[in-house]
Design a protein around this ligand. Sequence first.
Ligand code: ATP
Ligand code: MG
Length: 653
Amino acid sequence: MTLKSKNIETILAEKRVFKPSKKFQQRAHIASMKEYLSLYEKSIKDPEKFWGKVASELTWFKKWSKVLDETEAPFYKWFVNGKTNITVNCLDRHLDTATRNKAAIIWEGEPKDRRTLTYSQLLQEVSLFASALKNLGIQRGDRVAIYLPMIPELAISVLACARIGAVHTVIFAGFSAEAIRDRVLDSESKLVITSDGGWRKGNILPLKQTVDDALHECPCVRHVVVVKRGQGEPFPCHIKEGRDHWYHRIIDDASAKCPAEPMDSEDMLFLLYTSGTTGKPKGIIHTTGGYMVYTYLTSKYVFDLRPEDVYWCTADIGWVTGHSYLVYGPLMNGATVFMYEGAPNWPDWGRFWSMIQDNSISIFYTAPTAIRAFMKWGEEWPNKYDLSSLRLLGTVGESINPEAWMWYHRVIGAEKCPIVDTWWQTETGGIMITPLPGCVPTKPGSATVPFFGVDAAVLSEEGKEVEAGILSIRKPWPGMLRGIYGDKERYKQTYWSKWPGKYFPGDGARKDSDGYFWILGRIDDVVNVAGHRIGTAELESIFVEYPSVAESAVIGIDHEIKGKCLVGFITLKDGVLATEALEKELKEWAGKKIGRFAIPDKIIFSADLPKTRSGKIMRRLLRDIATGRALGNVTTLAESNVVEQLREKYEED
Ligand code: ATP
Ligand code: MG
């Protein structure tokens, strides 16, 4: 059953292949494998020519003198000496065209209030707030922290910072005061934008109070701008004289004209902290020109954007997915973006599907964690709604278990929508490995093939190409990170030291005989059982294939005799009882599907698993629990009581 290699073994034998329909293909930007392969080859052979041509489709104040400068590698520079402003490409550029009066953002609040901003209205709002930020003394290069719920002002704030050359650092609005403090201090932010509240599961989050708590220890912050979203209840909003300003007041006094600051290609656009799945979050630096060109092109081709699409990316702008594929990428392409404030299960589990139906959403991009939750809640919820407007689905964030992929394909996509499983990272700025939906046949669980200009390979520790091993990107690409804020050495050490000149993303992967990539999970999570090195993603997918299992996380812990043994954490579907008989069945299932060595010594049923606030399973915390160690960094953990409950359960067993 297993394919041997000295690196990582593969245990999934997924054979299903899905081709895009003729109908989808006919109108796609890239409509044949021949076209993909020929463009891909060009992009790898002559990246400067390829990316130079793409960049020419956008507006620049001054053209670059060289596309790529590698002299100080790994501190690569793209579009050297070019001057531009990304907001000109997101907004101003569309105002001379029919896009001017098209909806840029259609927003729905959790309590079902709505707002639509056309491209010209969005530019007006961005200009007003950008002027207001200048009036508060914010200048190019200053860092601004943004801690807002998913309301239009979040997108406006991001764009307003970019307009004047201030560096935004968005902090997901579910984070604690401690996490805000760490990020504000690390980025030395001068100003914080927040709101007096935000809706989540019918409650108002006390965002301003949390910011106030964080700022006791942040002397660098001079001003706080507060958007009015709450209702003064149940959290009264304290305004600190001289420091705090209501958003609606300061834009009243601001100019509606705010010319875009000409930024150098390599000027910093934003700082964003990684999810913290493996440890302390890193402040990732992205700059202007390369990021702009890369997110523009990936949005256009991966989502195959057409003028009539209504595109919904469910990610919060607090994550890189929200930056690249809710704000910058789609707006540069003149798309209509749908944005939602609240929880997917409010007031019930049909909320997402009702919004797809009512807004005729055609492209839907979400995460495997959400898909597994929908599966757990049952297909009767999506089945209540008309989802026929959908034409393309996407996923990002973790490996998608083939069974979750099939469910997505069948229940949400009605077996007609291609699924783009997109592999990428905060560090990569944009999508790196993905199907192009009009031409690349998909296989459930595989992110398929590299995007243009991405020289992806699977390498051994020594840097040789192998079938299953460590993912690497062997050439720089425009959207790449330019560093870790304040730590040049750590940047070199973390990403460029494994194999000289090649990028190390930290994930395991396998390349099949069709050249398709299968992400096997993080290298840190690879388990070595009785001499077999196994990626967690595949093992977990075996459990998720079992009909009553909703979610699973597998870890390896030390074992006196075997060296390592497996522990499987399992979440069952709604209504399924955790019994000893089921535990036995699951162990037998693993033995049958993979082999006796893959039978976990322990199975722990748990109503939930520890996850980051972006919904990713944190296996390192499970290892801490299983080995009785003190917990590592937990500031990015979504629900702290999950860990405590698991610890108790673990000790009981
Ligand atoms: P940290 O780096 O702080 O530990 P993180 O890696 O979770 O956090 P992100 O940049 O948000 O931070 O996530 C990128 C990671 O998510 C990738 O390295 C990979 O492990 C995983 N990932 C993203 N998309 C996919 C995908 N389509 N398939 C498999 N894994 C994916
Ligand atoms: Mg990471």
